[in-house]
Ligand binder design. Structure first.
Ligand SMILES: Cc1cc2nc3c(=O)[nH]c(=O)nc-3n(C[C@H](O)[C@H](O)[C@H](O)COP(=O)(O)O)c2cc1C
Length: 273
């Protein structure tokens, strides 16, 4: 039975402690199949994401997991050409994979801090980057205390309230679930998107009297911003927005058309049909 994508969004959360269990062959086939089907970024450009696996317990450790992400041995990642919107587009496409992995019963964790040298099978030319990776696998049943402490420290289970994120007409008037109408659930699904350090740098302004939504980046953390993580975050939230729209049969398309409504950095607009 097909699992409702909104339920998938609601059920996903980052896991940082994995078991030795390797990906079930059937799960792997389905994941690889989805990777080959979804290979187009936000701007229609071709973008190839891959699954890389290591033997569980393999000696070579990854730098920057700081020892608190344990037992990881399967990864989703890809390279993309450097451009102002490359990270956003990567986040958009990769989040579709994260949700597919969740649907297949896998746990995951986005990693902005990772060791690119760990992935010797991916060769980067000077104009290419791997914006972030995603660890996938089977998480331990009970989160260890260390992991729970991390979640508490970054308030990982809390999201900003609607009045901090969604606006009507300009960047001051709040957009409430009541005034959002049929887009209320879409925005709620967007609110649940993961982000680096749970910073939720996205701000959305809906045009008055139309189903057009403008997406902006508000810098919350300068070191995440310097690493380009906030742009990845923006792409992730767009993925949630689009998936919820499709599920609710709300048609529309992405385009760039800055309406000049806010000093936040304009990124993209969704125009409802
Ligand atoms: C682009 C991006 C980069 C991230 N980088 C890291 C990371 O380097 N280390 C880490 O432990 N978690 C990382 N996370 C996971 C976030 O901390 C997590 O998504 C957030 O706290 C919300 O929690 P949730 O995913 O359980 O909803 C990253 C998330 C995103 C979206």
């Amino acid at each position: 039975m097909e699992i409702n994508p909104l339920e998938v969004i609601r059920s996903r959360k980052s896991s940082r402690t994995y078991t030795d269990r390797i990906l079930e062959p059937e799960v792997k086939v389905r994941l690889l199949n989805t990777l080959s089907v979804h290979s187009t970024g936000l701007f229609g450009e071709s973008l190839r994401l891959e699954l890389v696996e290591r033997q569980p317990g393999e000696e070579r450790k990854m730098k920057f997991d700081y020892g608190y992400i344990t037992n990881h041995h399967a990864y989703l990642l890809g390279k993309t050409k450097k451009s102002p919107d490359a990270r956003m587009s990567y986040g958009y496409l990769m989040e579709k994979m994260v949700l597919e992995a969740t649907r297949l019963g896998l746990s995951s964790c986005w990693m902005g801090y990772f060791d690119p040298d760990f992935f010797t099978e991916i060769h980067l030319s000077q104009d290419e980057i791997i914006p972030a990776i995603v660890i996938v696998g089977y998480a331990v049943e009970k989160q260890p205390v260390k992991e729970r402490m991390i979640r508490i420290a970054i308030k990982a289970s809390q999201r900003k309230s609607w009045d901090n994120l969604f606006f009507l007409g300009d960047n001051k008037a709040p957009l409430t679930p009541e005034t959002a109408g049929q887009y209320a659930e879409v925005l709620e699904m967007t609110r649940l998107a993961p982000s680096s350090g749970n910073t939720q740098p996205w701000r959305i302004i809906r045009e008055k009297q139309s189903d057009t939504f403008h997406f902006y980046k508000k810098v919350i953390n300068s070191s995440y911003e310097e690493r380009g993580m906030h742009d990845v975050d923006l792409g992730i939230c767009m993925s949630h927005f689009e998936i919820a729209c499709h599920h609710l049969s709300l048609l529309g398309k992405w385009e760039k058309r800055n309406p000049g409504l806010s000093a936040w950095e304009y990124k993209m607009s969704w125009t409802g049909e």
